[in-house]
Design a protein around this ligand. Structure first.
Ligand SMILES: Nc1ncnc2c1ncn2[C@@H]1O[C@H](COP(=O)(O)OP(=O)(O)OP(=O)(O)O)[C@@H](O)[C@H]1O
Ligand SMILES: [Mg+2]
Length: 411
């Protein structure tokens, strides 16, 4: 079931379309099937993604304004932009929507009905709203689980945010629906004193609603959109790409409750324990058979053979486990000469946290280290003889901006 995010702010030019396009692109890069829906008659999403306006035969307007007995046919509207990334473009006709449906019952639910028809096909629907509190924006809010408000990090925008939030609260009450409100600071310029002060002020007043991630002013974002490219396509080494990748990760974290380390470890521990138990049982059966055989051939009483203690073998649960001293990492690289763990807890240093080779016969090839960490969520990778890789014994992973996987733990 798709999570629906409306990108809204009645103030023009604060970066709604920029956030909608680039957040969608980065969500799709992180493996999330994403539909970007343009609800602004200006049609800037199509422009910003090089969809030729004259070739848009059916737009979101056509499905919104269809008669009630006509089924929704989104296939004719949707354009594929990239892997996991689709767009439902807008057209100028959308400007007539408000007048056309004035006074009609259910007019504010029309987008929700449309998106419900494709909810199984996507993980996220991101809606770009026009700069107004109009029926189009109202449709977006009724369809949404969350509204993301981009705010320019400047004096007037920050002071206008309070009003903006009051309007949203009022709309929320009017329609009586659950709607998470999140704010993202945009167009931040760290070099200006005003920028720094305004970000501080925003955090002070609205910190509880804000994403940790803020989007810096980055000329590459502007250049990309003027060439019809999301920042992921235009320049994946830019600060703009880093900011939007981080924002996408934060969105995923906020809207998809993560599997906790306890669950991961418990499931894995149980699987390994079951496997070892069944191996131990079959070994002991085989030992009994051998003893019976030797007893019958030699005519002697069988000796009792001590079964290998299963607990000892259970220490071989590779991956991450929580211990009293912190998080224990146990990796299985028998041929490596050096293994380190790098992650959020050591600034991603490739060599700050070397793992110790366990040389006992039973544990040959295993590498171990325990790191004391505070409660939180950490991403990490192993550095095996200089080569970075995710932990193959931890199923909890997420994509990183380099198209690879980070392993994740929650403590
Ligand atoms: N972080 C950024 N870095 C550089 N330029 C940006 C950034 N965010 C937005 N812009 C630029 O600011 C301008 C306005 O952004 P955008 O069109 O996304 O705003 P908007 O809120 O959608 O506007 P409207 O209210 O008209 O729909 C665009 O030229 C865009 O390229
Ligand atoms: Mg816009």
């Amino acid at each position: 079931m798709a999570k629906v995010l409306a990108i809204a702010n009645q103030k023009g030019g604060c970066g709604k379309t920029t956030v909608a396009i680039n957040l969608s692109a980065c969500l799709s890069m992180q493996g999330k099937r994403t539909l970007l829906v343009d609800m602004d008659p200006q049609g800037h999403c199509g422009l910003g993604l090089a969809v030729p306006e004259e070739q848009v035969e059916q737009s979101i307007y056509d499905v919104l304004s269809r008669s009630d007995d006509t089924p929704v046919n989104m296939e004719k509207v949707i354009w594929q932009i990239g892997k996991n990334f689709d767009l439902a473009p807008a057209s100028l006709e959308l400007a007539a929507f408000e007048q056309q449906f004035a006074g009609m019952p259910g007019r504010e639910m029309r987008l929700k009905n449309v998106l419900d028809s494709v909810a199984d096909k996507y993980d996220y629907c991101v809606i770009d709203c026009p700069p107004a509190v109009s029926l189009l924006t109202f449709n977006a809010l009724r369809a949404a689980n969350a509204v993301i408000i981009p705010v320019e990090t400047g004096y007037f925008s920050v002071h206008g945010l309070k009003k903006q939030l009051e309007t949203l609260e009022m709309l929320k009450k009017q329609c009586g629906q659950e709607l998470t409100i999140k704010v993202v600071a945009n167009l931040y310029d760290v070099r200006t004193k005003l920028g720094r002060e305004m970000l501080g002020e925003m955090r002070k007043q609205f910190g509880h609603l804000m994403f940790q991630t803020y989007v810096n002013f980055n000329i590459k974002i502007k250049e990309g959109s003027s060439l019809g490219q999301a920042i992921s396509e235009y320049d994946s080494s830019s600060m703009g790409f880093k900011d939007f990748s981080k924002l996408a990760q934060e969105v995923i974290k906020a809207f998809e409750p993560a599997v906790s380390i306890e669950n991961v470890v418990n499931v894995e521990t149980q699987a390994v324990a079951d496997d070892l138990m069944s191996k131990a049982e079959s070994l002991s059966r085989r030992a009994e058979e051998l003893l019976q055989e030797s007893a019958s051939t030699l005519g002697k009483e069988p000796k009792i053979i001590q079964q290998a203690p299963v607990e000892e073998k259970l220490e071989l649960v590779y991956g991450v486990t929580r211990t009293e001293d912190g998080i224990k990492f146990l990796a299985d690289y028998p041929h490596a000469s050096q293994v380190c763990v790098a992650g959020d807890f050591n600034n991603w240093s490739a060599d700050a946290t070397p793992m110790n080779r366990l040389d006992q016969v039973e544990k040959n090839g295993a590498w171990e280290v325990t790191i004391p960490v505070e409660t939180g969520r950490y991403r990490y990778r192993y550095v095996v003889d200089g080569a970075w890789q995710h932990d193959p014994h931890n199923n909890y992973v997420e994509s990183n901006p380099y198209g690879e996987l980070n392993s994740v733990i929650e403590v």
